[in-house]
Ligand binder design. Structure first.
Ligand code: PEP
Ligand code: MG
Length: 573
């Protein structure tokens, strides 16, 4: 993945800020170290430059170098664990690979100097691995790393890779070879930032395993010199060059406190001064619900039912649907005081087509017959789903709340609520369309609750396809225009005395969760993995600070300013 092309900006911590993709949360600040330069590789002359009688010694020289390199890698593998150990063992294994060693030996025996023989054999094997494709092709990076280590050893150049710093430092690199990342010592590497790489790159995977804060795809890192003082924020994606030291130390300390608070949070959701906000989970099946029930989640805020049927060729029977829904209801059944489980009726269409429900060949499916609109032409699908939900509720002795996706008008909300209430269930709708947010007050007259889907509300408000990588900056849940619509909807809920939750990705951002609470949102629903961070952040802030942050974020000019303003109000940094 290429780096995020944004110009450096001034940071709230002083210094110059670069932006990248955050992949491992946490903050580290310290002096920059960089991997040693890769060694200079010899030109391949193809000439038999080593005399007949010198060849056995040249072969021995190569074998000794291969042994040293393999032993070093094996030594580091035994000191590592998990994915890191596997990567190191794999590279060490290559250094002992008989085929590769034989290919080098053959060249040396014909008079090619050992360093050139290594490069030649590595080229030959790279071409072979690339042709084989798949996992073998991924080994080309390992092979290049091994080639460089062998050439360095044979020619007396510095061993490539990350130097072991005398004091804990921040590692900046263009990219990191798998063996470099795997050998990192977490106690000496405070954070990592790379120009290249993506969220699933080797660097990200191993940094995650080692718990080292990490940002990838940062543009402008090349200009940062070894020894400069930098701060890397693996939560926000910010890399600050020469920040104010006191400010930086405060940010590091705050991140450490935050990590401890997240680990300790068990719920229920409330601000430090006791204002309650339910922290709920987004799930898509029984297994996910059971996993969420093991966290501090107080219930389910969004059960995406359409995801249960993505592979179904035909509409599942009422009994089959009831069985599936019942698994989710049962995961939170029997808790003291009861648990909220909010199920969403099928949101088929656009990015989630269902064979039995989606209209074929629409010109513009995101604006087409999706979500609740499917019931206009095929009312039986919604009726049977509601029957199945009622049956599952009866079978599990639970009282789920039921909401419709993609509702645009109060009339649609009324029709839906009538059907839901006829089955003795609690009725609500999602607010995902700007028209619905603008008419939240009228819609609330028709239903018992609202749930704001910030993912779609953002794409429709900014007119930016949420699947487009080019428009990702517009689909930012901190967009002030989106926040204004959310605030209006939450205010309508407060006025009506009815619950208004948020179940889009906005609710998974702990800082934004506090802002939403300040707007009057009554529940935050997010992926199970984000629950503790969202709950812990809420528990550390007072309602008045959340309200101040909400006003400041809505008043900001852009997402970055909204984030900074909320940070200032809630964290004082
Ligand atoms: C949303 O749009 O915010 C939402 C929660 O629904 P989905 O992401 O499933 O479209
Ligand atoms: Mg949606």
């Amino acid at each position: 993945m290429s780096s995020v092309a944004t110009a450096p900006t001034a940071s709230a911590s002083g210094g110059r800020a670069l932006a990248g993709i955050p992949v491992v949360p946490g903050v580290g600040a310290g002096s920059v170290i960089r991997p040693a330069e890769r060694p200079l590789l010899p030109q391949l002359t193809g000439e038999p430059a080593v005399s007949e009688e010198g060849r056995p010694a040249e072969l021995e020289r190569f074998q000794a170098a291969a042994g040293v390199v393999a032993e070093r890698l094996e030594g580091r593998a035994t000191r590592a664990s998990g994915a890191a150990a596997e990567v190191l063992e794999a590279t060490a294994g290559l250094a002992r690979d008989r085929g590769l060693l034989a290919a080098v030996a053959k060249r040396v025996k014909s008079g090619v100097p050992a360093d050139q023989a290594v490069v030649g054999a590595a080229d030959q094997f790279s071409a072979m691995f690339t042709q084989l494709g798949g996992l073998m092709a991924e080994r080309v990076t390992d092979l290049a790393d091994l080639r460089d280590r062998l050439v360095a050893e044979l020619t007396g150049q510095a061993e490539p890779g990350v130097p072991v710093p005398a004091v804990p430092s921040v590692l900046l690199a263009d990219d990191l070879a798998p063996a470099d990342t795997a050998g990192l010592q977490p106690e000496l590497i405070l954070a990592i930032a790379t120009t290249r790489g993506g969220p699933t790159s080797h660097t990200a995977i191993i940094a995650r395993q080692l718990g080292i804060p990490c940002v990838v795809a940062v543009a402008g890192l090349d200009d940062v010199a070894t020894g400069q003082f930098v701060l890397v924020d693996g939560t926000s994606g910010e890399v600050v060059i020469e920040p104010d030291r006191v400010h930086a130390a405060a940010r590091v300390e705050a991140a450490e406190r935050e990590a401890a608070a997240v680990a300790a949070w068990t719920g229920p959701g409330a601000t430090a001064d006791g204002h309650t906000v339910d922290v709920l989970a987004n799930v898509q099946d029984g297994a996910g619900a059971r996993k969420a029930a093991a966290t501090g989640a107080q219930g389910v805020g969004l059960f995406r039912t359409e995801l249960c049927f993505l592979d179904a060729d035909s509409e599942p029977s009422v009994a089959e649907q009831a069985r599936i829904y019942g698994e989710v209801f049962a995961a939170f059944a029997g808790r003291e005081g009861g648990s909220k489980v909010v199920l969403r009726t099928l949101d088929a269409g656009s990015d989630k087509p269902l064979k039995f429900a989606t209209a074929p060949d629409e010109e513009n499916p995101a604006l087409g017959v999706r979500g609740l609109r499917i019931a206009w032409g095929q009312p039986g699908i919604l009726d049977r789903q509601l029957d199945a939900i009622a049956l599952a509720a009866e079978q599990t002795g639970t009282s789920p709340w039921v909401m419709a996706p993609m509702v645009a008008t109060a009339a649609e909300a009324r029709d839906f609520a009538t059907k839901v209430r006829a089955r003795g269930l609690t009725a609500g709708v999602m607010i995902e369309i700007p028209a619905a947010a603008l008419h939240a007050e009228r819609i609330l007259r028709e239903v018992d609750f609202l749930s704001i889907g910030t993912n779609d509300l953002c794409q429709y408000t900014l007119a930016a396809d949420r699947l487009s990588a080019d428009l990702a900056h517009l689909n930012d849940p901190w967009q002030p225009a989106l926040l204004q619509l959310v605030a209006m909807t939450a205010a309508a809920g407060v006025a009506a005395g009815k619950p208004v939750g948020v179940c889009g990705e906005a609710a998974a951002d702990p800082l934004l969760g506090a802002v939403l609470a300040g707007m009057g949102v009554t529940s935050l629903s997010c992926a199970a993995s984000a629950i503790s961070a969202v709950g812990a952040r809420l528990a550390q802030v007072e309602l008045a600070a959340c309200q101040k942050a909400a006003r400041a974020a809505v008043a900001a000019d852009d997402p970055a300013a909204a984030r900074a303003a909320a940070r200032e109000s809630l964290l004082g940094v």
